[in-house]
Ligand binder design. Structure first.
Ligand SMILES: C[S@@+](CC[C@H](N)C(=O)[O-])C[C@H]1O[C@@H](n2cnc3c(N)ncnc32)[C@H](O)[C@@H]1O
Ligand code: SF4
Length: 278
């Protein structure tokens, strides 16, 4: 559980799955600080848009405020601008945050352009991630599993093993039906079509010894890796939260041996695909 805190709406790339596309809000410093002060969870996801498009003095003020309030700080970015951001401020931010969550959903430049609709971003992201780890920051890479990249998920793991030995872990996040992905059969794969490559990717992580999590796909599709499933862990710990409201079991869940530890598929998935299985 975390407080998701977008600090702007603008982005420099256009991920075809982007959950925040079309979102807006009050991103004034006063409102952001009030939201941080009101938080009772203790874990803040600084997000956007892309937060590296925010003025550097303001960004530092937001991160510093979270730190003063004793929050766990997760900084979500596509990393394209990391090496071109104000160097001094970026260095300070890298020390203040608990970890960077870098959205990176492709293992080569061609696929990256298909996913983000922007050429050139891939090389900048690689530089950005190396820059973060050289500064001593912890980095999690988030691979959004969707139609354009699902079959390449195992290749992504090879790429991470080769290119980023200092990255701490990978999160395989099944695409949510929000923003640009809302209601899109072009973007959201069927669980049964995604399960093969997704499980193969997690097997590779095990073989390489790379830490990983998986989220937003029902536990039964990734049962061999259930201990890595965010909801499985939350349900075992009897946590409450949006996993219980955004997801709902279907008739097909009746009799499932995992039913007590899985909240079911996302509601937006069932609205689009009709059922767990075709
Ligand atoms: C909307 S982005 C904004 C922050 C930043 N621009 C980035 O991409 O990390 C916040 C997080 O949501 C993830 N995300 C975006 N669209 C998503 C979707 N449809 N389903 C699941 N996660 C998504 C991104 O990978 C990222 O980790
Ligand atoms: S997911 Fe992040 S990087 Fe991609 S378009 Fe949305 S805000 Fe930008």
């Amino acid at each position: 559980m975390a407080l998701h805190l977008p600090i702007n709406a603008e982005c420099n790339i256009q991920c075809t799955f982007c959950s925040s596309a079309g979102r807006n809000g009050d991103f004034s410093l006063a409102k952001l600080k009030a939201d941080i002060d009101a938080d009772t969870i203790g874990h803040i996801q600084i997000s956007g848009g892309d937060p590296l498009l925010r003025d550097s003095a303001e960004l530092l003020e937001i991160v510093t405020h979270c730190r003063k309030k004793g929050k766990i700080i997760e900084f979500q970015t596509n990393a394209v601008l990391a090496t071109r951001y104000d160097e001094k401020v970026f260095g300070l931010i890298a020390k203040l945050v608990d970890f960077f969550n870098v959205n990176f959903s492709a293992h080569n430049a061609e696929l990256d352009e298909q996913v983000t609709l922007v050429p050139g971003g891939y090389d900048w992201r690689i530089k950005g991630i190396h820059y973060m780890t050289k500064l001593g920051a912890r980095v999690r890479l988030t691979y959004i599993v969707h139609n354009t990249n699902v079959h390449q998920a195992p290749d992504f793991v090879d790429f991470v093993a080769r290119e980023f030995p200092d990255v701490e872990w990978i999160q395989f996040s099944y695409v949510k039906g929000m923003g640009r992905a809302k209601g899109s059969l072009n973007v959201i794969p069927r669980f049964e079509d995604a399960a093969g490559p997704l499980n193969a990717a997690m097997k590779k992580c095990m073989d390489y010894g790379i830490k990983f999590d998986v989220d937003h796909i029902p536990v039964c599709f990734v049962r061999d890796y259930k201990d890595h499933h965010a909801d499985y862990q939350k349900m075992q710990d009897e946590q409450t939260g949006v996993h219980l409201t955004e997801k709902q079991k279907t008739g097909e869940c009746e009799g499932c041996d995992l039913a007590s530890w899985c909240p079911g598929p996302r509601r937006d998935y069932v609205e689009l695909h009709g059922a767990l299985h075709s």
